[in-house]
Every structure is written in structure tokens, then in C-alpha cells.
Ligand binder design. Sequence first.
Ligand code: HEM
Length: 535
Amino acid sequence: MASSFIINSIKNSSMNSNSLCWKILATIALMVLCYAILCMSMYKWRTRRIRRMLNSFYAISGLPIIGSLYLVTGNLRERFEKLFVLFKQYRDKAPVVAWVLHIPVVVIGKYDHIQTVLGKSHKRNLFGIWEMTFGDSMFSLQGEKWRKSRRIITPAFSPTMMQQYLPVLNEHSKFLTRKLASLSDTDETFDISHYVCSMNLDTITKNMTGYELGSLKNGITEFQTALPKTTQMESMRLSFPLLFPDFMYKIYLLISGNYKLYETVHRLPRQIIQDKLSKESAYKHEHHENIHNSEATSTKTLLDLLLKAHNADNTFTKKHVQAEILNMIALGFESTTLTVSFVLLMLAMYPEIQKKVYEEIRTIYKDDDEEVNIEDMKELVYLEQCINETLRKFTVVPMTFREHDEDIVLDDKKVIPANCRVLVGFYGAHHDKRIFPNADEWDPEHFAPDAIASQNKQVFFPFGCGIRSCIGAKYAMMSIKIQLVHLLRSYRFTTDMKMQDIHLTVDVALRNDSGYWLKLWSRKEIYENGIKHEA
Ligand code: HEM
């Protein structure tokens, strides 16, 4: 009797506490909903001019609260496929309006609109995405702060500095070529991007900071594994409106245990700076001289420029230096890795074109060990056509966002209102058949000298355009060419992959979800042993 009384009271009290819990949760949910509705109404009121002006634009359908995001749900691969279908569907109607939650976004994809918008715009607005990765760097900053960073960093890409980068690029490319020898002349396929990735990470780190990472020699670093995960997570954020506010995203990271990925990513620039400062202090100690006059601090790398700026101006903090180093390494190594991997995959799929590239390389370089320099590179016209075609077909940075302080009149008299976000679709412009007749194929003839001469306008934006275009464009092209010359003059690449095996995904960059699976055949071996595999 007593025990059943106790059990009943426990049951009652747990039912009571359960229902109390539910009541509290329901009240919180109601408050959150009311707050969201209030914010949205205020936002609508503030943006009434934008909405009125956008009435003349074709609008992609949107649902309450989530807007048009329901059209591009799924994993990154599914999202890109859906985006591509949407792009085809709305291509001729562009510019169109889509809705990210309740926020209107004008989507443009025609080359003349891109030129107009990027020519006038200084402000990249990515909905706060990637800010946790790239923080206070030039990539995320706006206005005067961005201008200051860009001013400090620009000299790192001067002609003199570009000359200085050549030895490391040549040396690392030779090392990669030697390393691949163990994989050559067997029928086994391997994903070339893993090797190219390590090499590019080592190269950009060494050239920008003087730091030896040694990931190609010693194996993949934790930075290399963590970085793509953070950028992918941040891209997925766009599909989950609940994760838009930074504090919600941080809670998610803490609960899922992914916060440590960010710690790993941010550890590398800290370590590089620490290493540099320790070396400087050891040098100073040893030579008893003012470090600022010493050889050890003469401007050799981007890191030297950044530390100099930091010493001269305390508003340019150590945090800024760290962010800029991370930004350069991250943006630099991923984009060049993807381009080199895609070019090799395409050349493996098109042996006739590979043969033509090889012959061009051989007319300039007779010896396998010859260094590649800036003057020779100008003669690699056909190789450059192949690189450009790859950057067109697989636009590594397929889109960006802008926001303007003033109205922008597009050529056909449509006006994008001030303070309205714009999604700039480079990928769309690169797949316009009026400009690139064979747009769905990989066809280097799109960039043949005659074809380019007939286009007296800018229609190709691999590195963006305007004031916020890629600061590393020249470095990237130089690095890509040097790697390809070293690899292609030593090996012939083949693949079992077909175009239909390529499945694109997009986070901060466009990549092939199914990898870059190649076989390679040593050219010397073919030459010496009689023609086993015709080059
Ligand atoms: C194939 C290689 C590369 C491609 C396709 C590429 C593409 C781009 C594009 C399209 C933009 C402009 C985005 C926008 O307008 O919003 C950009 C910006 C940028 N890129 Fe690259 N990039 C490459 C290599 C590099 C390298 C090697 C570095 C550094 C060494 C670099 C550093 C940057 C930085 C810092 C920005 C931001 C510039 C600013 O906001 O002022 N990129 N890149």
C-alpha cells in the first residue's frame, strides 16, 4: 500500500515536472518565434525600398521563413546539382531575385552585368559565412580596414617578389615529380590531388612565410585535413537558417565536437609567427645588433611585410597578421591544387591534347631538370589555353557575393538597389554558349588566340574582376604552370574516368567529389625501353 503510494507520487511528480518542462520549452519557443517575427517585420520595414525596386525583377519562388533555400537542400554535391539545374532554368531570365531566409538576393550571371557590379563594388558580403575561418583577413574585411590590408599585402606580389618565388616553386615541383616515381608504370590508379595538395601547401607556406612545413615529405598535416572540413561546414550553414547567428553555430560546434577543427586551423599561423619571432630573437642575441637593421629581417616574405606593418602601427594587430597568413595559405593552396588536379585529369581524358601540350613543353625545355622561369612561361601558349579552359569549365571560385552602398544601373536599365545583396555567378557566365560555343565540353580552342581576339570584352572571370579581384592571380598562374611543366615532361597521364564520373560540389571552391584518379607512365622509360606507351 505504502509502496504503491510512493510509486504513484513519483509518477505524478515526474508527470508534473515533464509537463512543466514542456511548458517552459513551449514558452521559450513562442518567445523565439515572436522575436524572429519582430526582427523580420523590422527588416521588411527597413528594406521596403529594396523590395519595391525588386518588383520588376523575375523572382524565384520562396517559402515563408526559409525563402528559396528549400530549392538547394541536401549535401554539398546535391546542392551543387540543384544549383546547376536552377541556373539552367533561370539563365535567360537573369538577373533574378532569390530569397535567403527573408533576405532578397539578386542573382546575376551575364558577363556584362558581372563587369558592372564588380567594377563598382568594394564590399564582399557572404552572410557572415567563412568569417570564423578567415576572421580579420582581407577576404572578410570591408572599407578602410580592407584597403589597409590590401595596401600592405600588394608588394608581396610585385615582379621582384615573383622572381623570388621561382626557386621554391621549381624545387618543390621537382620533389613532387620524384616522389611520384614510385607510383609510375603500374596499372594502379591513385588520386593525384592528395600529392598536389601537400606540395602546394608546402610551397605557399614557404614562399609567403619562409616556414618549412614538409607535408609532402612527412605526410599529410592535421591542418590539411581540418581546413576543408571547416569550409565545408560553413557552407552547409547556408542551408540551416538556425545556424546563421554566430552564437548558434558556436553552440553547434561545441556540441558536435567540431570546434577543435577551428583550433587546428588557427594553430598553424600562430606556430609560423612564433617560429619566425623565435628565430629573429635568437639571431639578435647571437649578433648583438638591432634586429630591424639585420639581414634576418630584410623583406623576403609576406610575413615580413605584415610584421613590419604590425611594428609600425599598433592598430594592425597580431590577430590581423595571423588572419592574413591563414587567408593566404588557405586560399592559395586549395585553389591551385584544384586547378592542377583538374588540368591533369582533363589531359588524361584527352590524350591528343596532352600530346600537343607535351610537344610544346619539349620545344622549350630539352632537359628534364631545367628550371622553369618567367620568360619561358610566356611561350607556353597552348598549356595556358588548357589551364584557362579548365578554369572556365570547372570555375574553381564559382560565385561570390556583393553588397553596394549605391544603386547600380545594369546595362538593360534594371537597377539593383543600394544595400541589396548580389550573388555573382562566375560559373553561369563561363557556361554561356553565346560566348563559349562548346560550353558543356572541355575544349581549349575556346581560348585559341583567334577566339580571344574576336572577343573585345571581358567575358572570363577565373580570378574575379574589379577592385576586389584575386590578389594572388599572377602567383597562381605561375605556380600552376611550373608544376604542370615538371609533371608533364616526366610523365604521361592516363585515366579510366569519364566526364560523367565527375560530380561537382562547392564549398569555398568547386571540386570533384569523386576525385582525380590517374595512372602515370614515365616518359624516360618509354623513350629508353622502346615505345611501350606512345606519348
Ligand atoms: C587558381 C587559383 C585561384 C583562383 C581561381 C582564385 C580566384 C579568386 C577569385 C575569383 C577571387 C575574387 C572573389 C570575389 O570577387 O569576391 C579571389 C580573391 C582572393 N584571392 Fe584568389 N584565386 C586563386 C589563387 C589565389 C592565391 C594563390 C592566393 C594567394 C597567394 C589568393 C588570394 C586571394 C585573396 C587574398 C583574395 C581576396 C582579395 C580581396 O578581397 O581583396 N588567390 N580569388
